[in-house]
Design a protein around this ligand. Structure first.
Ligand SMILES: [Zn+2]
Length: 457
């Protein structure tokens, strides 16, 4: 239930691989990476035994003596703890692995060779930039594939969260690569041209990113999302009427509500707002429609409406652009210095050389990663406002609390993660915080005014 995270966030992800000629250092590098992933995979497999055998005894805190469970308390199981540990480990491990791979691509001369290969086909700078980006994307895709399989397929299957076979998963993954190259290649070529042209190129990159990010947010729901799933107006007519009536109370009218067939991929539940301006929409996964009752769905819908009514998409856009500004500013300093220091060894003398693309991606990636806790803090504030809005609109915080219990148990995430994990990773308040708020916040009972929801006249 996040306001649209930048649709472009997957465009500049860290992926890579090797050139056609077999070269020993690359093989050594690949072996190292495979060993790392194999170690991770082995520990998943070895953990199966620890988790599988013991069925959870119902704890006294979560079930009454008659065995009827408390719908307001998340049942924390060892499997859930285990999944959370895997999820966190893959998040941090994946970031570090991605950086190491980009460093490897530079240090082992892969980047230089890919550029030389592209240069055999074209000498025009824009085409050369695009071709180098495209080839590098394929290289990164192949090198990162074992890790991606572990993170996106093995672990979700191990914890019963995936509904997709390997073929379908791989097809989706390949589509993502295609989308990344189609969007990323021209962007990378233009970025290199700006670096070549301007002395303070960080400013040019940032200013260029503003319309690009806005455009990507506008087209994401109508062009990018349909590549992976089918979107359609809510099929359940009575639910649609009920939710549209709820939307009307907040002034949202006409065709903004969609469902998506995420049950093709996952057993987890979610809903989100994305798009910008004319394409802004609320999307419910079909899994959440199937998994929640009417009152719970009304609460989720009200929460998503809040993101729309309170303009959170625009705040999100501003936060992303601010972060990108910092990333570009810091990026020029680090990239220029690294090019002077190591460029000759890596095969380029200026940062506008296409062979320097992995360096750019590395520096931008690290800065954005470091900025994520700040972005998350902004996001947590907006999410709390959206919960406040939803309680005030529905006056049924209990339904919201029950929905959060189902969401946490459905995704096997801890309701109360370690504070450091919350700080580093959580774009939402913790489930425990949200349940406590939903169950206690009742301003209408004491005649207090609403903080977020203003009825539409
Ligand atoms: Zn939300």
């Amino acid at each position: 239930m996040a306001p649209a995270r930048l649709a472009a966030s997957s465009v500049l992800t860290d992926r890579l691989r090797v050139p056609r000629r077999p070269v020993v250092p690359h093989a050594a590098f690949l072996t190292l990476e495979l060993a790392l992933v194999a170690t991770l995979a082995l520990s998943v497999v070895s953990s199966w035994g620890q988790v599988r055998p013991a069925p959870e005894p119902a704890s006294p805190a979560t079930a009454s003596q008659e065995g009827v469970r408390d719908p307001y308390t998340v049942q924390v199981t060892p499997e859930m703890r285990h999944h959370q540990a895997w999820d966190d480990g893959l998040y941090f491990g994946g970031a570090v692995l991605g950086w190491l791979v980009l460093l490897g691509v530079l240090g082992l001369g892969v980047s230089r060779r890919v550029r030389d290969l592209a240069a055999r086909v074209t000498a025009r700078p824009l085409w050369l930039g695009m071709a180098t980006f495209g080839l590098l994307s394929v290289v990164l895709f192949i090198v990162m594939l074992p890790f991606e399989v572990l993170e996106g397929f093995v672990v979700p299957h191990r914890f019963g969260l995936s509904a997709q076979g390997f073929g379908g998963w791989l097809a989706d993954h390949a589509k993502a690569l295609l989308v990344e190259v189609v969007i990323g290649a021209p962007v990378a070529a233009l970025a290199l041209a700006a670096i070549r042209r301007f002395r303070r190129w960080w400013l040019a990159l940032w200013l260029g990113a503003v319309p690009l990010v806005a455009l990507l947010m506008v087209v994401a729901p109508v062009v990018l999302d349909p590549v992976f799933n089918d979107f359609r107006p809510l099929r359940d007519a009575s639910l649609r009427v009920e939710l549209e009536e709820l939307a009307g109370q907040a002034g949202i009218v006409g065709g903004r509500l969609y469902e998506v067939d995420r049950s093709r991929q996952t057993r987890t539940m979610n809903a989100y707002v994305n798009g910008l301006g004319p394409t802004t929409r609320i999307v419910l996964w079909d899994t959440i429609i199937a998994g929640l009752d009417r009152a719970e769905l009304r609460f989720v819908m009200a929460h998503e409406m809040a993101h729309y009514v309170l303009g959170h998409v625009w705040y999100g856009l501003a936060a992303v652009l601010g972060t990108l500004g910092v990333a570009c500013w810091a990026g020029q300093r680090v990239v220029d210095a690294a090019t002077r220091r190591w460029g000759p060894r890596w095969g380029f003398l200026v940062p506008s050389d296409p062979a320097a693309l992995p360096l750019l991606l590395l520096v931008l990636g690290v800065v954005v990663f470091l900025a994520t806790p700040a972005l998350n803090a902004v996001s947590r504030t907006m999410e709390h406002h959206a919960d406040t809005f939803a309680v005030e609109l529905t006056r049924d915080g209990d339904a919201g609390a029950r929905a959060f219990v189902k969401l946490a148990e459905g995704s096997k995430k801890l309701p109360d993660p370690h504070p450091l994990i919350r700080f580093l990773r959580y774009a939402h308040p913790t489930i425990t915080e949200r349940i406590a708020f939903c169950r206690s916040y009742r301003p209408w009972e004491s005649g207090q005014p609403n903080r977020s929801f203003k009825p539409y006249p």
